[in-house]
Design a protein around this ligand. Structure first.
Ligand code: PHE
Length: 453
């Protein structure tokens, strides 16, 4: 397998869209708004943006470097660099990918079901109470929710098995801009609701008094989750990059566009939250309870709402493809399992543990009663992956790149053999990755443990 020439993306634009396809997903539309809402708004956003700049982007560039240099999966890449001792970083990534998929596939199921619910007009003229009820019954009826989760995994596996990824990439190229336009329409509608400005203030007014010690680690975790870093996804994608791609620039563009999508989603959701007198800290249901209200009193509302959930489900699906690609590439390239079997095996594991997540968030059953550290399965999978494993994986990557890889080699690869002159950026990168990024991650970890209290 390894001697066969690996495919690469066809152009710089294809690299950008494929990478953005991994980054943009439920993270922007579902997770960013509800987590920002639970952590007090603007102050949290400010810290989140610092995490992207000083930790996220440098790690993304590092992963691109590892991937393109070796043209291998997240575990094999370390072997090819003759750094067998660091293979554990890739293996941790495989584990993170599973943990994220256990709950992500469930939430994607909610989104798929909302496409259907919008289409049949379930949200025509809904009140805030009804929107709330519809969401609660969507998750508490966990048999049905699980069925949607199975459908999600069938779709993802089919795409991976049929190898129509290239087709998907072409589709993403048109659908991503469409999702962008639709969110802007939502923004305009939401910003013209009464009291909408309260929502804008909530999102952008930097107020550190609402930021707790725990929020800082959550902001860091969100940056990792959002940018699909700390677990080898960007190593795997980097391995398909073209030789002439300006990787630092790609990282900037992806991080910036991803942030923009999140902010625009927030600008649709928070004005609605305040206008309809809802609770910004409502939790994982926030998106599902507010968006139907934004569209409900709008011309063509039902069509636009259906289209919105449809495009969101596409964004979720491309993100999941990149998530599942980590274990699949590992199983097929390192363990020599036939690719099709690797996909099926991965999907089955996800569906077995995914059931625990779905049943636990439904409440009112024995599975929901099982708790570790006060968290049910859904929260535990989420917390351990985003707030522990991804930052830890990221920390190891910064140490690996900063201290175990030759500087000249990094400079050479990131400047494409001297073909692009980005000396200032490379110097900044080298300083960040060696000193700043790892230090910040360590400080944030220690802080969340209460060491600086
Ligand atoms: N970045 C994706 C999102 O925000 C989720 C993801 C995480 C994808 C990690 C790949 C790897 O939805």
């Amino acid at each position: 397998m390894e001697n066969k020439k690996r495919e690469t993306f066809s152009s710089g634009l294809a690299v950008f869209f494929a990478t953005l396809g991994s980054a943009v997903g439920l993270g922007n539309i579902w997770r960013f708004p509800y987590i920002t809402g639970m952590n007090g708004g603007g102050g949290f956003l400010f810290i989140y943006i610092l995490c992207i700049l000083f930790v996220g982007i440098p790690i993304m560039i590092s992963e691109f470097y590892i991937g393109r240099k070796t043209r291998a999966n997240a575990v094999g890449a370390f072997r090819k660099l003759n750094k067998e001792n660091f293979k554990f970083i890739g293996l941790m990534g495989v584990l993170s990918s599973f943990l994220i998929m256990f709950f992500y596939s469930g939430v994607a199921g909610w989104v798929y079901s909302y496409v259907f619910k919008s289409l049949i007009g379930k949200f025509n003229g809904v009140t805030p109470e009804q929107a709330n009820e519809i969401f609660t019954s969507t998750i508490s009826n966990y048999g049905m929710a699980y069925l949607w989760q199975v459908i999600v995994m069938v779709v993802v596996s089919t795409i991976l098995i049929m190898g129509v990824k290239n087709g998907i990439e072409k589709v993403t190229k048109t659908l991503m801009p469409l999702l962008f336009i639709l969110i802007i329409i939502m923004d305009i509608r939401a910003l013209t609701l009464t009291d909408s400005f309260e929502g804008v203030k909530f999102l952008f007014k930097v107020d550190f008094s609402k930021v707790t010690q725990a929020s800082i680690l959550i902001a860091l975790g969100l940056a990792f989750f959002k940018l699909s870093i700390g677990m080898g996804t960007m190593i795997t994608y980097g391995s398909y990059f073209t030789e002439d791609n300006d990787m630092p620039q790609t990282a900037f563009k992806v991080a910036f566009s991803d942030l923009l999508v999140s902010l625009l989603a927030g600008l649709a959701i928070f004005p609605a939250v305040f206008s309809f007198k809802m609770e910004p800290a409502a939790g994982p249901g926030l998106l599902f309870m507010t968006i139907p209200l934004v569209f409900s009193k709008m011309p063509l509302g039902r069509v636009l709402l259906t289209l919105f959930f449809l495009l969101t489900s596409f964004a979720a699906t491309t993100a999941m493809i990149s998530l599942v690609e980590v274990p699949v590439a590992y199983l097929s390239e390192e363990m020599k399992i036939d690719r099709k079997k690797a996909v099926l095996l991965t999907a089955v594991i996800i569906l077995v543990f995914g059931f625990l997540a779905t049943a636990s968030i439904a409440g009112g059953n024995a599975i929901a009663e099982i708790k570790a550290f006060g968290k049910n399965f859904f929260d535990l999978f989420d917390f351990v992956s985003s707030n522990i494993l991804l930052p830890l994986g990221g920390l190891f990557i910064t140490i690996f790149i900063g201290y175990f890889i030759d500087r000249d080699d990094i400079v050479n690869e990131l400047s494409n053999g001297g073909k692009i002159s980005n000396q200032a950026i490379l110097t900044a990168f080298l300083i960040l990755i060696r000193y700043i990024s790892p230090l910040l991650v360590v400080i944030i970890f220690l802080n969340s443990l209460g060491v600086f209290k």
